[in-house]
Ligand binder design. Structure first.
Ligand code: GUN
Length: 293
């Protein structure tokens, strides 16, 4: 039976670490600030944004909230981002995705100052990640790495299999695992003999968006299984990309859904806001933290 990694507990540890650092900044008269932009009324996005603002309140980061109508023009959104880029009191800018179809997502992400890109989605930050020099890393894959490391698992030298190649999770997860000296395979919809590839993984990160895709016979005995999937079943229940019931019997460590990777995304967002603030102020603390990547 696998050890079940408690993402809620680990995310709380991280938020408390951030909270302590924010208190230290307060002594210097600094309060980090995150701008959260939501366009339209997508119910899932509304929940995510509410949780992000709640986390800011918990750790002591100021949040600026922009709730814009779904028919706002691309230009108006770009103007707001430009204002926030120039506003020295704002340290981080988050545009909740997805955006309405008439707005070019790529253009919007490119408009955010890379130093304020707390999602780590700007191509500049993706580029830094690919050369092993990232400071603002995409929150969900960075959260996966924290879950693995804080469970006492050493990634170095391990066969790591990432299932899924999205820009938001799969690709950055592969780069982060490489930076930790893992030997990385990325599987996707065109991968031949995908079961065999996944079975070679000492560490498996599943981010395919297909409920219960990874079955017990697809993982090796003792594998560490990290499930990024959040799928809503017809009965209203949430389930991951991993068949938890089957894989729990074979894995050494496994994350549940909910309560695994999910809470980590927001904790890592808080960490990125702190880091962005420190870097913008030129604090040594921020520079040192950036090095430990
Ligand atoms: N939509 C779903 N996940 C995310 C995320 O991590 N960041 C943003 N900005 N939008 C999202």
């Amino acid at each position: 039976m696998a050890y079940i990694i408690d993402g809620k507990k680990i995310s709380l540890e991280i938020k408390n670490e951030v909270k302590n650092e924010v208190l230290k900044l307060a002594e210097k008269g600094v309060k980090p600030c995150l701008a959260v932009i939501l366009v339209g009324e997508n119910p899932a996005s509304q929940v995510y944004v509410r949780n992000k603002k709640k986390a800011c309140e918990y750790v002591g980061i100021k949040s600026l909230s922009y709730e814009l109508p779904s028919d706002i023009s691309e230009n108006k959104l770009l103007e707001l981002i430009d204002d926030l880029n120039k506003n020295s009191e704002c340290n981080g800018i988050l545009v909740q995705l997805p955006l309405p179809k008439h707005i070019d997502e790529e253009k919007v992400l490119l408009a955010i100052d890379p130093k304020k890109d707390v999602d780590g989605f700007h191509p500049y930050n993706v580029g830094l990640l690919s050369v092993g020099k990232a400071f603002l890393k995409a929150c969900t894959p960075a959260g996966c790495i924290e879950l693995i490391k804080r469970s006492g698992v050493d990634i170095s030298g391990k066969n790591c299999v990432v299932v899924g190649r999205s820009n938001i999770v799969g690709k950055p997860a592969a780069m982060l695992l490489t930076a930790e000296n893992g030997t990385v395979t990325v599987c996707h919809s065109k991968t031949k003999n995908i079961d065999e590839e996944i079975r070679r993984g000492d560490i498996v990160i599943a981010a395919v968006g297909k409920p219960n895709f990874i079955k017990g016979d697809m993982i090796s005995d003792g594998a560490v299984v990290i499930d990024v999937g959040i799928n809503r079943l017809e009965n209203g229940k949430l389930c991951g990309d991993v068949d938890f019931y089957e894989c729990e019997k074979k894995a050494s460590f496994i994350t549940p859904v909910p309560g695994g990777v999910g809470p980590m995304t927001i904790a890592m967002l808080m960490k990125n806001c702190l880091l962005a603030c420190e870097i913008q102020l030129g604090f040594e603390l921020g520079k040192n933290r950036a090095k430990d990547i």
